[in-house]
Design a protein around this ligand. Structure first.
Ligand SMILES: Cc1cc2nc3c(=O)[nH]c(=O)nc-3n(C[C@H](O)[C@H](O)[C@H](O)COP(=O)(O)OP(=O)(O)OC[C@H]3O[C@@H](n4cnc5c(N)ncnc54)[C@H](O)[C@@H]3O)c2cc1C
Length: 389
């Protein structure tokens, strides 16, 4: 209510506050523009890097249709995201393309490919920030809490459970892919819900207790009065589903998931219901109507990219540094490896290593320590652009 009243107050006085990620970005933009007077060019695409004697000394960009060469004597930092929206590039390295990604368009791996062309080493190209995702009216939605709350199970197309539904999104996404690779029946999988789940918890943007009939009519969501009918509509073996549900309901009553330890971990319990006991992640599937929705191996971005060192400098295959070239965020192979230690594992390292890299370049600039002795006159002819460094 406090936030609600404040928001109304802001609106009445003509202000539109930003929240969450947009607030973070807006504050960074404010620091750049108002406090430091740093120019920010939008609609400006990296096209190539300018290399002089193995050292990166600038970049070629396309600015609103005009090609410009920018001199950046002390370093270029690539922070142009990963390649989640580049279907063919993904399929070269990964088992899936861009069908179920939640990433914004434009995430096509340009920077990764451009740096690779000048000898940068790539790693972890087969990994992503995976996560179970569902589709409503064609829109992909990344599932964080829906599959974790009590009263649901994730099953393959044969009605068999194969993972801890409440584990981290990266682990669950990977489990879906691994199960599908072995058995060919997990893409899509089905999230089966007891009616208490639908009555009590938010699902995507559907409030508790309200499931628009258009989603059922379109077949995006399956609704059934019995588990047998649900299995039929999902095209799975009704006896197998009944066996899976029976076993799971036993776990829910005892509070211990003997198959996948759901609810044991502190991460699992972040999205749980403390009113449900003895295990806040486990409630039986027993109240009709029952619901089912397809779950796909989606992602919040790719994890593979340029290999960097502790100063965010880009490395070659032989481990040597590409002088003058830095990278951070999804343009790089993730410092987290294939795990998900917790919230912020993507934006945290992206901002940290941008800071570390540019600090490194700035310190070197201050010391006037230019590694190879390339003078301005020796470097390729470039268009000097105000503020380009
Ligand atoms: C729905 C969703 C929710 C998320 N929630 C969280 C969260 O809660 N916490 C968290 O830590 N992470 C979260 N993430 C992940 C996080 O948003 C990304 O990992 C992070 O934004 C990556 O940062 P980046 O700077 O590497 O790339 P991006 O944020 O993708 O920025 C790269 C930029 O480079 C631009 N670009 C691409 N190609 C070029 C080119 N050739 N020339 C110039 N510019 C180019 C792109 O347009 C883009 O603006 C979420 C992601 C999604 C999709």
């Amino acid at each position: 209510m406090k936030v609600g009243f404040k928001t109304i107050g802001w609106r009445l006085t003509g202000r539109s506050p930003l929240g969450m990620g947009r607030s973070l970005v807006a504050q960074l933009m404010h620091i750049l523009q108002d406090n430091r007077d740093v120019p920010v060019w939008l609609k400006t695409e990296l096209v190539d890097l300018i290399v002089d004697k193995d050292r990166v000394v600038g970049a070629v960009v396309d600015r609103d249709g005009t090609s410009q060469r920018i001199r950046a004597e002390h370093g270029v930092l690539l922070g142009a995201g990963g390649f989640a929206q580049n279907d063919s590039f993904r399929r070269e390295h990964q088992p899936v393309g861009d069908d179920w990604t939640s990433v914004a368009p434009g995430d096509e791996g340009d920077a990764i490919q451009i740096a690779s062309d000048i000898g940068a080493e790539l790693a972890m190209m087969d990994k992503s920030w995976w996560g179970a995702s569902f589709k409503l009216e064609g829109d992909v939605q990344f599932s964080v809490w829906e599959r974790s709350m009590p009263g649901c199970i994730l099953v393959d197309q044969d009605g068999v459970r194969f993972a801890n539904e409440s584990t981290s999104y990266v682990d669950l996404g990977r489990k879906i892919l691994e199960h599908d690779e072995k058995h060919g029946n997990a893409v899509p999988s089905w999230l089966i819900l007891d009616n208490n789940h639908r009555k009590r918890y938010l699902f995507g943007d559907m409030p508790p207790g309200y499931t628009p009939s258009k989603h059922v009519e379109s077949g995006d969501i399956i609704k059934a009065t019995s588990l047998d009918d649900l299995a039929d509509q999902c095209g799975m073996d009704a006896d197998q589903l009944a066996e899976t549900v029976d076993r799971f309901n036993g776990f829910a009553h005892n509070g211990i998931d003997e198959d996948f330890r759901r609810g044991d971990g502190i991460y699992d319990r972040y999205y749980s219901d403390p009113r449900v006991q003895p295990n806040p992640n486990l409630a039986p599937i027993e109240n009709a109507p029952f619901w089912a929705i397809r779950m796909y191996p989606g992602d919040l971005g790719t994890k593979g990219g340029l290999v960097t060192d502790e100063h965010a400098r880009v490395l070659r295959e032989n481990g040597s540094v590409i002088d003058g070239l830095y990278a951070s965020g999804n343009t790089t192979a993730s410092v987290m490896g294939q795990t998900y230690p917790g919230p912020g594992s993507t934006i945290g390292p992206a901002t940290t290593f941008s800071f570390v890299g540019m600090n490194h370049a700035a310190q070197r600039a201050r010391r006037k320590e230019r590694p190879s002795k390339v003078s301005s006159a020796q470097s390729e002819p470039v268009t000097e652009t105000a503020g380009s460094e």
